[in-house]
Design a protein around this ligand. Structure first.
Ligand code: FE2
Length: 305
């Protein structure tokens, strides 16, 4: 089944925030953790929805972050300021990145352009991004006992070098961030391929996620997949990633290996003419440039479509 990312699942997972930037709250008998805290402007909304879910936002024990993009950790500094006992966990690179003034400013710029849209949520609260100290520098193989539920940590790079996936084996629930792509379209009719740091790592991460045989996947944006739809998403994601690589190779061949020309040609054909890509054009171009450069660096050895 395909559900909107809202409400509760398996009597153990509830969604804070909303379906655009869901924070997955996993409630064990003794401890609770939330996976991801989207853009900083959502900080006050996470506080309000955590109150509904837990009775008191202060009952949230841990916040775990899937990767270092502004729309997955932006509200973490705010929540850390509001909830001083909250333990924050993520890949160690997150702490290094958020220590840099330039990175904080860039993330701030990316979220501020959306302020008008979310003004009602943020009000006049101070949600500024600030350096974040990690209580848990998460590594592959870590696991956290929540009481009846375990939150297992898997390093799943490829989208970013610091991508982490979380798996709760007792309920078969996987929270991969964007490590295995994200559903695209109004009805999940496609998959947005998301390798940005390494194609090979990304493929391996999808295989690793599939090996866990999840019965539920809490996607980083918008959707929760269960049952056969969870299994088929990972299969489809693997397949579409390979097709996408071949498509990029084809554009590179057409442009004699010229990366910039291939990016322009592919954007014109896929984004402008074909359409159906629900992503702001500048963001699409930034990601596409990284992906074409990665495929070019692998050598154009595979046959085009
Ligand atoms: Fe991301």
């Amino acid at each position: 089944m395909i559900y909107k990312a809202e409400g509760s699942f398996e009597n153990a997972v509830s969604i804070a925030g909303d379906m655009a930037y869901p924070g997955y709250v996993i409630r064990g008998k003794e401890r609770s953790c939330m996976i991801d805290a989207g853009i900083n402007l959502y900080g006050p909304l996470y506080m309000r929805t955590l109150e509904t879910i837990l009775g008191d936002p202060g009952r949230l024990d841990m916040l775990f972050l899937t990767h270092s993009h502004y729309d997955h950790l932006g509200a973490a500094p705010y929540l850390s300021r509001m909830l001083p006992a909250l333990e924050i966990g993520g890949h160690e690179k997150i702490e290094e990145l958020l220590a840099k003034e330039k990175v904080l400013k860039f993330m701030d710029t990316l979220s501020e352009v959306q302020r008008e849209m979310f003004q009602e949520i943020v009000g006049d609260e101070d949600v500024h991004l600030s350096p974040l100290l990690l209580d848990h520098r998460l590594k592959d193989g870590d696991s956290f006992d929540l009481g009846g539920l375990t939150c297992e940590v898997y390093h799943t790079p490829g989208h970013t070098k610091d991508s982490i996936s979380f798996f709760v084996p007792e309920i078969g629930a996987l929270f991969p961030g964007e490590a295995a792509g994200i559903p695209r379209g109004e009805h999940c009719e496609g998959i947005q391929v998301e390798f940005l740091s390494s194609y090979g790592d990304y493929i391996q991460s999808i295989e690793r996620a599939a090996s866990l045989k999840p019965r539920m996947i809490g996607m980083a944006h918008a959707w929760v997949l269960t049952g056969d739809d969870a299994a088929s998403f990972l299969e489809q994601s693997y397949h579409e990633t390979e097709l996408y690589r071949k498509q990029i190779e084809s554009f590179l061949n057409d442009c004699s290996g010229d990366i910039d020309a291939a990016v322009e040609k592919m954007a014109l054909a896929e984004y402008d003419e074909k359409g159906g890509i629900y992503q702001e054009r500048n963001a699409y171009m930034t990601n596409l440039s990284a992906q074409v450069a990665l495929i070019a660096s692998m050598g154009n050895t595979c046959s085009p479509l």
